[in-house]
Design a protein around this ligand. Structure first.
Ligand code: HEC
Length: 185
């Protein structure tokens, strides 16, 4: 009896293991999400680094000038052969590169602070979207109330981004998202 139990147990274990090894779609998705998450961390760290340095070197007006040059460069440089990464806005500052597609906008509308990330497929490409919530007061220096900004800062913003919509944000609000997509379907 004992050996039968034992055999059954081993059989069950083997079935379990075999089933798990064959669950390829799930592990494929998990690996995509892990790679996307890691790329976002790197991208975020890189942007933060440049922003902090520029703020320390010359305050917000200087930092906006640096950001307007560096952000698109860093964004382009961070994509890999297989993954494309970018930032999008709920209301956008850089309309040339950061406007979300209709599909991504739909995903943005579903994000919540409790569930800030969504993994989905858009036009056959695996897509990972991680919301950017405003949880650092420094962000409001350049994305907060315009009336709180210095004349110099407002003028610089207006010169570089005449159609800027990315002001008037409050703490806790969804500012946009990191979007990672497979390069090919
Ligand atoms: C020194 C001013 C400044 C500060 C501080 C700042 N930003 Fe920005 N932000 C910008 C500029 C300039 C752009 C446009 C960059 C570009 O041209 O791609 C931008 C773009 C963005 C975008 C891309 C969408 C869009 O509207 O173009 C997101 C998302 C964003 N910022 C989030 C943040 C968050 C979160 C913080 C705080 C950690 C922050 N920003 C702090 C100046 C700033």
């Amino acid at each position: 009896m004992r050996s039968l139990h034992c055999t059954l147990f081993v059989f069950a274990l083997l079935t379990l293991l075999t089933t798990q090894t064959h669950a390829e779609p799930a592990s494929d998705d998990a690996s995509f999400e892990a790679r996307a998450g890691a790329l976002i961390q790197q991208f975020k760290g890189n942007l933060k680094n440049h922003l902090q340095k520029a703020m320390q070197a010359g305050g917000p007006t200087h930092a906006i000038e640096v950001c307007s040059k560096k952000a698109p460069e860093i964004t382009a440089a961070m994509s890999t052969k297989t993954l494309r990464i970018r930032r999008v806005g709920t209301r956008v500052r850089n309309k040339e590169t950061n406007v979300p597609s209709a599909e991504i906008s739909k995903v943005l509308a579903k994000l919540t602070p409790q569930e800030p990330a969504v993994s989905t497929t858009i036009n056959g490409r695996k897509t990972f979207v991680r919301g950017i919530y405003l949880n650092n007061a420094v962000c409001l220096t350049c994305h907060g109330d315009k009336s709180q900004m210095s004349e110099e800062l407002r003028t610089t913003l207006h010169t570089l981004y005449p159609n800027d919509e990315a002001t008037g944000f409050k703490m806790g609000e969804l500012r946009g998202a990191f979007v990672v997509q497979q390069s090919t379907p």
